[in-house]
Design a protein around this ligand. Structure first.
Ligand code: ADP
Ligand code: 5GP
Length: 198
């Protein structure tokens, strides 16, 4: 019988949250490129795919009925209704990655992030703050992925979401992208080095 390989590091959930357009996806892509042993938690959603999106990238796109079936079966680690659609974290892949000693990156709304902390108190919650609501609006529009109606729904929540930033372990203002990425990398590396919460 072969021995189980030693884990790379104590597995941790690393949750990035922000208002929509705050930069979560951009930062997560850079983290995944730098740390190949990190895993990304692909959520399930009832939101229709945007142009260029497909099943598994960046979500599992499922019907409301299927979402509710998975919820009922206990397959979701957490879930929320966000901007009128359902989003949830599949439990199995995240727990399997942690068992292998991998860090798992999550892109979650504020309530989902706080829920993950309840379920796993050793999770790291990072809030990306936009420099201002005007900059956030400009980035959402420039991204060009959402209809006017969807942009308005997202902006309507943004102030409330920013008001929750103090509930997170760390806050990073996403002004200059390279500085933001360095700050997030430092947070994660310091946390894993010190293994503060083990
Ligand atoms: P989220 O995943 O939080 O919704 P995105 O990562 O999609 O946000 O970022 C929203 C838009 O803002 C994207 O077009 C992205 O390229 C841009 N963006 C993100 N961070 C910065 C930054 N620091 N400076 C300028 N543009 C940014
Ligand atoms: P978008 O539709 O713009 O990709 O995402 C909308 C919001 O849903 C974002 O704030 C994102 O962080 C959040 N989100 C994505 N997946 C999940 C999930 O599994 N759970 C929760 N709670 N929020 C999620």
């Amino acid at each position: 019988m072969s021995a189980t390989p030693a884990p790379l590091c104590p597995g941790r959930f690393v949750v990035l949250s922000s208002p929509s357009g705050g930069g979560k996806n951009t930062v997560i892509q850079r983290l995944l490129a730098k740390y190949p042993h990190f895993a990304y938690s692909v959520s399930a959603t009832t939101r229709p795919p945007r142009p260029g999106e497909e099943d598994g990238k960046p979500y599992w796109f499922i019907s409301r009925e299927e979402f509710l079936r998975r919820l009922e079966a206990g397959d979701l680690l957490e879930w929320e209704e966000v901007y009128g659609d359902l989003y949830g974290t599949p439990r199995g892949p995240a727990e399997a990655a942690i068992a292998e000693g991998r860090c798992v990156l999550f892109d979650l709304d504020v309530k989902g992030a706080l829920r993950v902390k309840q379920v796993r108190p050793d999770s790291i919650l990072i809030f990306l703050e936009p420099p201002s609501l005007a900059v956030l609006e400009d980035r959402l529009r420039r991204r060009g992925t959402d209809s006017e109606e969807r942009i308005c729904k997202r902006l309507a929540q943004a102030q409330w979401e920013c008001n929750q930033a103090s509930r997170f372990d760390y806050r990073v203002v996403n002004d200059r992208l390279e500085e933001t990425i360095q700050a997030v990398e430092r947070i994660i590396e310091d946390y894993l080095k010190e293994d503060k919460h083990s």
